[in-house]
Design a protein around this ligand. Sequence first.
Ligand code: GLP
Length: 264
Amino acid sequence: MLVILKRDNEGVNEQAAQLIAGSVKKKPSLTLGLATGSTMVGLYQHLVRLHKSGSLDFSRVVTFNLDEYLGLSATHPQSFHHFMHEHFFRHVNVLARNIHIPDGSIRGDYDAYCASYEQAIRAAGGIDLQLLGIGRNGHIGFNEPTSSLASRTRLKVLSRETLDDNSKFFAPGEESPRCAVTMGIGTILEARKVLLLATGASKAAAVAKSIEGPITSGVSASALQLHPDVTFLLDELAAAQLTQRDYYHRVLEMTALLTPDRLS
Ligand code: GLP
């Protein structure tokens, strides 16, 4: 596990964009797992800038998003389809046929749909690099606390905390979705490489539990301790409750010296 500590939000976005751009350059046909949420907005701006300056080509990249609200059409302004289109896809050259986002408008036969999403990931050769944010309760994707650490893509009922966090984005009086379609923790752990971004004080407790706490279904992101190639990219506020910050700095220095490839 690599823990990279940056001063602020901007430092996190810049380094994340650099890591993703490096991965696309090494493998232009990269299968990239994408995430939504306010943490990702600045990162997508950086990636768009790199693309517009001519130094980043997504024409062969295949993408799979982590999750989508159940019951929202792709055009709903709070849908993750809409988020991805507005913040990323409409500005870059990922081919429409290479974009995969769980369909929140499905009704019935949920298991068959979720199995087909897993099948599409396998058919694409698996996810090379999975980008993650983290919820205040430690969720990744929409894998709420008590999710099975072996879970696959499925429907998930949203926790009270997540409903509260998300209700502010919906119009007054509008009922926000209670369920989502999300990749499972087992699905995420199969990605070859995982990059988790966290910024801001509200994430500090979840980050510390995920990195330094026990592996538990009570904190979904703690399952990442089982992954052989995971990088946490954190700003000072999100890292504030970690007890081994000095050690992470030293690991980073030695990584830069001995295996710089890991950082590009
Ligand atoms: C949602 C998404 C997660 C994301 C989380 C954090 O719940 N399903 O994938 O990590 O929000 O969002 P934010 O970055 O806005 O704090």
